[in-house]
Design a protein around this ligand. Structure first.
Ligand code: KG4
Ligand code: ZN
Length: 386
């Protein structure tokens, strides 16, 4: 009898994630119980460059991957032999970075004769939320509308699930929209950079925004293109795309027109500082601009998601990815969706950003479906979902 049959559908899966600037490994039982979750962030390596440098990311992954995976298995109190499968992010992400995780996962799978599962990183972000709901014993009804907002992605999906009688749960993901240019997190990072604030921009803008007036600067949201093509999808599904490069340019124009450059230059001199120091470095005008920018992006994400919800009638909304850590997005989403009778689920902040528990969780339905990867599978930097 194989391990799966012995455990009656239970499975202990090691997840490995290396698509961007986090080297992560985690052990999750049956897409539900997180036995360990280890994340090594490379942020200190990239901070000086104001963004992720792909070449450096690959090198850092190479350095970290073996100890991080070992720690994840050790923290779970397990041995490699007791795992049921090894899951790894196949894409989307940086090619060189993905290859480090994939090569390591293949070597482990080969050495310990374990099945290998290739996981889409975006599906991982969605399963970060599903895993927590499952653990909390919450009844999750489908379809769910899932907004994945991170430094690399802004995607909207309709998530369905079906019970395959012999093999258990299966999920399907229908893409309803994506960003046409910058991702939402990228907009936070670029605007922070042009205002002289540190990388990554999201957390610092999140912390400074409550000190400014979100209505002070009007960003013409209509110029952030909104397209809802119902017919184009054939079956009446909406198409809701996003665009965030316009607002970044609008912030730049505001800075130039209002002579804010000297304050920004002075801020660039600050190397590392607690949030209070960044706040003190911003005058009222800068704080108002930060608050108005955040409010415009948050408002756009929520408005478009709720428009899609009106057409698709989901049972709830899932918001995941690094930007899902944003305080205003969380508060405002819950408040506005409640008016539509829709619950909104976010992952715990630690599971919003990149981690491997979400990869191991997303691998579980694939394990049940016996959707295993061939040993020659490759990294897919532009891997699509659905
Ligand atoms: O999911 P993630 O860790 O990596 C990618 O797959 O991109 O997301 C990182 C992104 C960065 O752009 C960062 O600025 C943004 O998430 N972020 C935030 C917050 N925390 C992280 N954006 C807004 N508010 C936050 N609190
Ligand atoms: Zn991510």
């Amino acid at each position: 009898m194989d391990a799966k049959a012995q455990r009656g559908g239970e499975a202990i899966i090691l997840g490995i994630e290396s698509s961007c600037d986090e080297t992560a490994a985690a052990v999750v039982r049956s897409g539900r119980d997180m036995l360990s979750n280890v994340v090594f962030s490379q942020i200190t390596t990239h901070v000086a460059y104001g963004g992720v440098v792909p070449e450096l990311a690959s090198r850092e992954h190479l350095r970290a991957i073996a100890p991080i995976v070992r720690q994840a298995v050790g923290d779970a109190g397990l041995s490699y032999e007791s795992l049921d499968a090894i899951a790894v992010t196949q894409g989307p992400g940086l090619a060189g970075a993905l290859l480090v995780g994939i090569t390591f996962a293949k070597a482990l799978a080969f050495a310990f004769e374990k099945p290998l599962i290739a996981v889409n990183h975006i599906a991982g972000h969605i399963h970060a939320v599903l895993m927590e709901m499952e653990r909390g014993g919450e009844r999750m009804e489908f379809p769910q509308l899932a907004l994945v907002v991170s430094g690399g992605h802004t995607h909207l999906y309709l998530v369905e699930h079906s019970i395959q009688r012999a093999k258990g749960l299966a999920y399907s993901y229908r893409n309803l929209g994506r960003t046409l240019d910058d991702a939402a997190g990228e907009a936070f990072d670029k605007v922070a950079k042009l205002l002289g604030l540190p990388y990554p921009g999201g957390p610092v803008i999140d912390a400074l925004a409550p000190h400014g007036n979100p209505h002070a600067v009007k960003f013409a949201l209509s110029r952030i293109k909104e397209k809802i093509y119902r017919k184009q999808q054939g079956d009446g599904a909406p198409r809701v795309d996003f665009s965030f490069s316009g607002i970044k340019t609008a912030v730049l124009r505001y800075v130039e027109l209002n002579g804010m450059q000297p304050g920004i230059e002075a801020r660039r001199e600050i190397a590392q500082a607690p949030i209070e120091a960044w706040k003190n470095s911003c005058d009222r005008q800068a704080l108002d601009l930060i608050a108005s920018f955040q409010s415009a992006v948050v408002n756009d994400l929520i408005t478009k998601t709720l428009r899609a919800a009106e057409i698709t009638s989901p049972h709830g909304i899932i918001v995941s990815g690094g930007v899902a850590a944003n305080s205003e997005l969380r508060r405002s989403f819950i408040e506005r969706a409640a008016k539509h009778g829709l619950p909104v689920h976010f992952p715990a902040r630690g599971l919003s950003t990149d981690n491997a528990a979400m990869i191991a969780a997303a691998a579980y339905p694939k394990y049940l479906q016996e959707e295993f990867a061939e040993t020659h599978f490759n990294a897919e930097p532009n891997l699509a979902l659905g």
